[in-house]
Design a protein around this ligand. Structure first.
Ligand SMILES: C[S@@+](CC[C@H](N)C(=O)[O-])C[C@H]1O[C@@H](n2cnc3c(N)ncnc32)[C@H](O)[C@@H]1O
Length: 413
């Protein structure tokens, strides 16, 4: 075959017959993309892997349980030839050639009329990488290039600004619990594209240092509020910057909607007609216990977990939490913003029937370099917080799950 480079093209396969010969690992790997493309998949193979069988059972492909036979490619637009029988593959690719059906071959790229690129996706774009000739084919190298491009686009290290779709407005981005690796890829990309970032004290603050110099970073805690409430001042800052046509990221700790006032900000923006997109984040309520070796559920131990704000004491009239009911639950209780009131909270839970020896763990500054775990029981937690000088931010976990993890390896203090 001449040494010309392959000609790249995107096939639109919706409703069109694609014939797949073979039901082993190659087919298993390629089928999901063909299914996603909406192809009418006609798979021929005496045997298939359990995953391929599941696709057939789900109606995603039609499986003909027999070997390849002449004529199978009659109605095909495209074929994937991947049986373990080289002789059958050769006959099938000869049929494809006669019928002018583009075909890929898993066993012999030189004999194929098409090659499958290494592909990846990021925000509505497909990245496809092909080598230029069959002899130079190095699938691991093309996959590595694909990974580098897709990862770069996702995390913002490869900056490809949107020119048509990028609209000014605000993105409420959940930044996760603090470790910069625990933000979502979408959040990280929006951060890389922002003109202005308004950040909280919690969340991945290390990422702010990586932003290009033209990005204006505003500390939400330092916005002067004058005659407004602090939250109103933040809302106003979001509105003002967005009105100037800038891309604004409101970077919040954890998830924007878990005790994060995200909806208040979205509503304030909606009232003045500013578009707002919300990017969910990994909430500290689950990730901080997890980082400290505590599963919030565990088979045979806890079938539920409840996340509660402890920012007001149980006897405070502003409290919306039904502490007596929580005392009766057998599952895990996760308390956020509860360090200052933990004494009162523990007392109330015990007064309503929770055993005083129920295990408690406090995880301070979870997922950061300063992470620290302190263990106690409901009876001792108030005193432990004092003697160990536990400070916010901390997640408090109450329940038997505190004890299920191995003590070795978990970052305890
Ligand atoms: C206002 S709430 C915001 C919660 C956030 N939206 C979330 O989903 O994680 C703040 C509380 O979250 C908890 N928190 C957040 N990040 C934390 C971390 N890295 N370590 C320990 N606690 C954390 C603390 O209980 C803190 O007082």
């Amino acid at each position: 075959m001449a040494e010309h480079p392959a000609y790249p093209v995107g096939l639109r396969l919706t409703g069109r017959r694609v014939v797949v010969l073979g039901g082993g690992q190659v087919a298993q790997r390629r089928l999901p993309a063909l299914i996603a493309a909406g192809a009418d998949i006609f798979l021929v193979s005496p045997e298939v892997t359990p995953s391929v069988e599941a696709m057939a059972d789900a109606g995603e492909i039609t499986w003909h349980q027999r070997p390849y036979q002449e004529g199978d490619l009659a109605d095909a637009w495209y074929a994937l030839i991947a049986t373990g029988d080289t002789e059958a593959n050769t006959r099938a690719s000869a049929e494809a050639e006669r019928n002018r059906v583009w075909c890929v071959r898993s066993d012999d790229a030189d004999e194929a009329t098409a090659w499958t690129p290494a592909t990846g996706h990021s925000e509505g774009v497909t990245v496809a990488v092909l080598t230029t000739d069959a002899r130079g084919r190095d699938p691991r190298h093309t996959a590595a290039i694909r990974d580098a491009v897709v990862e770069g686009l996702r995390d913002g290290t490869l900056v490809a600004p949107h020119h048509r779709t990028r609209t000014p407005g605000v993105a409420l981005v959940g930044g996760g619990p603090g470790d910069p690796d625990l933000i979502t890829v979408r959040g990280r990309r929006l951060l890389a594209e922002a003109d202005v970032v308004i950040a909280d004290r919690l969340g991945p603050r290390d990422l702010l240092a990586e932003l290009p110099p033209h990005v204006e970073v505003i500390d939400a805690a330092k916005i002067p509020y004058g005659r407004f409430m602090a939250q109103e001042a933040i809302n106003n800052a979001l509105i003002e910057h967005a009105k100037q046509g800038k891309s604004v990221v409101r970077l919040k700790g954890g998830d924007p909607y878990v005790f994060g006032r995200g909806m208040e900000e979205l509503q304030a923006l909606a009232e003045v007609g500013i578009p707002c997109t919300v990017v969910p984040g990994i909430s500290s309520s689950i990730s901080v216990p997890s980082a400290a070796g505590i599963p919030v559920t565990h088979r045979g131990v806890a079938h539920e977990f409840t996340v509660v704000s402890g920012h007001v004491a149980p006897d405070d009239e502003r409290s919306l939490v039904d502490w007596p009911s929580l005392a009766r639950l057998t599952g895990t209780l996760v308390i956020l913003m509860g360090v200052d009131k933990i004494g009162k909270i523990a007392e109330t839970l015990v007064a309503h029937g929770k055993p005083a020896d129920t295990p408690v763990a406090l995880v301070q500054e979870g997922t950061t370099a300063a992470q620290r775990r302190v263990d106690a029981t409901l009876a001792t937690v108030a005193e432990t917080v004092r003697t160990e000088d536990v400070k916010p931010p901390a997640v408090i976990v109450i329940g038997e799950v505190v004890k299920v993890g191995p003590t070795v390896g978990a970052p305890r203090k």
